[in-house]
Design a protein around this ligand. Sequence first.
Ligand code: DGL
Length: 218
Amino acid sequence: MKNRKIGVFDSGVGGLSVVQAIQKALPESEVIYKDDKQHVPYGDRDVEEIHGFVLPILKSLVDEGCEVIVVACNTVTTNLIEPLRKEISVPLVGMEPMVKPAAAATKTGVIAVCATPKTLSSRRYRWLKDEYAQGVKVLEPDCSDWSYMIESNQLDREKVANIVNSVCSQGADQIVLGCTHYHWIEQIIKELAAGRATVIQPEQPVIEQLKRVLAQLP
Ligand code: DGL
């Protein structure tokens, strides 16, 4: 594949896990990563405020020659991807909670979605549940302080363990990581849930989508 400039954006360190995965899958491409350290975490902020933060950053990635941008942030994707697609002149690849595969895979009929409050309250997320998780019980544990914990490198393992234990004891056999910050603690969550639930996150499907988009570029 031709050398391409790929932009990646997230509010904070969540996007870096996605950058690593892209660089591994597409070593010949150049990845430019931007975050918003000044305003992270986004998960509790007003959507219009987030829009105002994100738009100039994505525009700067276009100005720097990015031919596609991965919005490595579920909060931004689920709330703002539609207006942003109209405002940004290159294709945007979004990341959103994997409700569909989790609902398709569950044997217990219970899944858990770990995400920011703004993702969970978005129309897009509600639509994903209505469309793909009919008849499935969707647990939405309170992870509102997880991105801050991870961003500031102050992981409270007990807090994470309590949530994993709680969703597993309510029958969840699929745990969806619906915030890219949580990718950094994927291994911990997997160990906590071992033998009880499968942990899923969208890095690989997003890379497949990115490859499809790149293949269509002139
Ligand atoms: N990493 C982001 C996400 O995927 C946002 C975390 C935050 O800023 O609260 O939702």
